[in-house]
Ligand binder design. Structure first.
Ligand SMILES: [Zn+2]
Length: 443
């Protein structure tokens, strides 16, 4: 009986790619609401974390905050046999030429890198922000607890490091606290430039900015819905790419959008109680976030955040006015919700860092033919590939076919004109890369 059972299991593992992975469920369960609460509390107790606040005090200001964050990452690293490389990455910003910079200062990010075992130069990044602000962004002395904006994201990066550092991944994971967000996305710009100079192969950045508020300013309460912002196509594409899109499609299929779809799909698979909203724009209307400087340099990046914002609790001095309590204080954060959004990050980083790289070249053909042909470059470490397609009006990759031992395939009876197509790499455990939209035409 036992023998038969083992045989059946073996047969299964040989002929089927697992649809879900237990490791991912374990990661969700490991994220601790209590630790997130403690970390957000600690961060708010630095009084203000304005980028231009005190750097010398051990109890108040951004200097004390970043030293505490660095120390947290180092403590995590100690318990995983020094698996994290923790360091400051910094750039000097000057008052001159910057409208929202009150005085010259170093903008200091705290970076923790968990090196990948197989692809150390491939990185998936999770960011939160160290800095906070009062009503006046130039005011670097008034209390600005920034509990939701953005101690929630910062605590998220620390908590994800605690949980994921217990595992080994093929690609590298970066947990980072960025600074200078409120005065002009300086920290993100600094790290994006650093990544470009180092030649990092970036799978994407998951920028977490405000992940703990469940009650909107209009009274809507919702602890299931969250937003994934992604821009349609990279801003630094060439004129040739832009022109090609007119004839071959791709207006809603840029690299950041594929990352957004990946996150959406992972959440639907592993956290079906959540309601991810893909928002087809770079960020909120006229507002910014730290994924943008990465997008500016052509890296994929998305913003993950709450669905319902409360504007009386953002960028506000703590005060009571007309019966309304203003200020971004600790008690407004919902830690159960923050835990869910941090799990969203953790499972996507675990999946992406476990998956083989995506194909780099995907060719498509089938003009005036009844079937579509696809061809892609072989990926070392891929057990197979998933061909995805969808109706041109659908936001998600709704149809797929798995193939092995080949790098080309014809989908019989599927007409190229009526769908969009893409290819993902798949490993033996079923972990998939991001989908790649065709970037070459077969004639
Ligand atoms: Zn803000």
């Amino acid at each position: 009986m036992k023998y038969i059972f083992t045989l059946a299991l073996l047969t299964f593992s040989v002929f089927a790619i697992a649809q879900t992975n237990q490791k991912i469920y374990d990661i969700i369960d490991d994220i601790s609401e209590e630790r997130i609460r403690q970390d957000v509390k600690t961060l708010t107790e630095f009084g203000t974390r304005n980028t231009f606040s005190d750097t010398v005090s051990t109890t108040r200001g951004i200097g004390a905050a970043r030293r505490w964050i660095k120390n947290e990452f180092e403590t995590i690293s100690k318990s995983c046999d020094n698996c994290l490389n923790v360091f400051y990455q910094k750039d000097f910003v000057t008052k001159e030429g910057n409208r929202r910079v009150p005085h010259d200062a170093w903008v200091v990010n705290v970076v923790a890198i968990q090196k990948g075992t197989k692809y150390p130069n491939r990185y998936i990044i999770m960011s939160g922000d160290i800095d906070s602000r009062a009503s006046d962004t130039m005011d670097f002395t008034t209390d600005a607890p920034g509990a939701n904006d953005n101690a929630s994201g910062m605590a998220g990066a620390i908590e994800a490091a605690r949980v994921l550092s217990k595992y080994k991944f093929e690609s590298s994971i970066i947990y980072v606290g960025l600074s200078g967000e409120e005065q002009g996305l300086f920290g993100g710009a600094g790290l994006a430039k650093y990544a470009q100079d180092k030649g990092w192969d970036i799978i994407g950045i998951l920028n977490n900015d405000m992940i703990g508020n469940i009650e909107g300013v209009d009274g809507v309460i919702d602890n299931r819905t969250f937003r994934i912002f992604s821009e349609p196509v990279p801003p630094n594409e060439t004129e040739r790419q832009r022109n090609a899109r007119r004839f071959y499609g791709g207006e809603v299929d840029g690299i950041s959008r594929q990352l957004a779809r990946y996150v959406h799909k992972t959440v639907k698979t592993y956290m079906p109680e959540m309601n991810p909203m893909m928002i087809y724009r770079l960020d909120r209307f006229g507002r910014g976030g730290h994924h943008r400087p990465f997008n500016d340099l052509g890296f994929p990046g998305i913003r993950i955040m709450e669905a319902h914002e409360n504007y009386t609790q953002q960028h506000q001095d703590i005060r009571t006015e007309n019966g309304i309590n203003y200020g971004d204080t600790f008690e407004h954060v919902n830690f159960g919700y923050a835990k869910k959004l941090i799990a969203v990050n953790a499972i996507n980083m675990a999946s992406l860092a476990s998956a083989p790289p995506a194909p780099t070249t995907v060719s498509i053909g089938g003009i005036v033919e009844p079937s579509v042909k696809l061809k892609w470059n072989a990926i070392d470490g891929a057990k197979g590939y998933k061909i995805y397609w969808r109706d041109t009006t659908s936001p998600t990759w709704d149809h797929s076919r798995y193939v092995e031992n080949t790098t080309e395939f014809t989908l019989e009876g599927i007409v190229i004109d009526n769908f969009f197509f893409g290819i993902a790499s798949v490993d033996e455990e079923g972990f998939e890369s991001v989908v790649v939209f065709p970037n070459e035409i077969m004639r």
